[in-house]
Design a binder for this molecule. Structure first.
Ligand code: DGL
Length: 285
């Protein structure tokens, strides 16, 4: 078990102040990856919560979508990306992809020694948010067919009716940066209709690409339906792990964020800049 290192907490009349423990002074980067650009939705939460951390992001876009690939193909991609990121001195790895987490997180944790944070569809909070007792889950085929998802339903989906929908083609819309196109809206309508017809009042965005379509999905399903994703929870979990293991960056560190992509499209920089929200340089992976 890793040694737990605690910060000092001082409570005074101006509130609570955290004094960094001398061991919480690790300048190494946190690495984040996804089958493509979807994990940037998670990266944004991480950057907001941990603004002093250096971040590395790999978009494996040439291999997107992972959702219809075999488990062994996805594991091979995860190992290749992890090797690349660990060679860049990453202190922790975030698998910002529900599909890759389901297919490969156990094998990655067996192979690598650094902390590895994965993610799964937010069935538990969606069940808590539902008044109708019917929740929808939008995800990839790979996630919905995985043993991990079956276990998740077993644990948290027992007291609600869960309607699942595989969204073939939606990941590709986000990869192309088509966040508000008519064709994207048409796919969303097609995939949300069965959920709404069955009475779902809370819908899980079970793929990290989908938060980039949140506005469009909300327009389609209406304001009365709650949309839930896991990006913020993943960032919180990452922060706790880094804190427990004495791996947080020094408070004064000025963060850098570096992107790599193997997208075959002419201009991955344009799509990533749009999703990230400020101009970025993207290196070839
Ligand atoms: N962002 C990935 C996820 O969360 C998309 C998977 C895919 O490439 O199909 O599942």
């Amino acid at each position: 078990m890793p040694k737990t290192v605690y910060n000092t907490v001082i409570v005074n009349d101006t509130g609570i102040e955290m004094i960094a423990h001398p061991n919480i002074n690790n300048p190494k980067p946190i690495a984040v990856f996804d089958s493509g650009v979807g994990g940037i939705s998670v990266l944004k939460h991480i950057h907001r919560l941990l603004p002093n951390e250096h971040l590395l992001y790999v978009a494996d876009s040439i291999h997107a979508p992972y959702g219809n690939k075999s488990v062994s193909e996805i594991q091979a991609r995860c190992f290749a990306i992890a090797d690349f990121l660990i060679a860049k001195d990453a202190k922790a790895l975030v698998v910002a992809c529900n599909t890759a987490t389901a297919a490969a997180i156990d094998q990655m944790r067996a192979k690598y020694r650094l902390p590895i944070i994965g993610m799964e569809p937010a069935v538990k909070p969606a069940a808590a948010a539902s008044s109708s007792g019917i929740i929808g889950v939008l995800a990839t085929t790979g996630t919905l067919q995985s043993a991990q998802f079956a276990a998740l339903l077993e644990s948290y989906g027992r007291n609600v009716e869960v309607v699942t929908q595989a969204c073939v083609g939606l990941v590709e819309c986000v990869e192309r940066g088509e966040l508000s196109h008519d064709s994207t809206r048409a796919l969303i309508k097609q995939y949300c209709k069965p959920l709404l017809d069955q009475g779902a009042d809370s819908i899980v965005l079970g793929c990290t690409h989908y938060p980039f379509l949140k506005q469009l999905i909300q327009e389609v399903v209406g304001e009365g339906v709650v949309l839930i994703d896991t990006g913020a929870a993943v960032a919180n979990q990452l922060k706790s792990r880094l804190f427990e293991q004495g791996l947080l960056a020094p408070n004064h560190q000025i963060a850098s964020v570096n992107f790599w992509s193997n997208s075959p499209s002419a201009n991955p920089e344009q799509v990533i800049t749009h999703l990230w929200g400020e101009s970025v340089k993207v290196s070839n992976f």
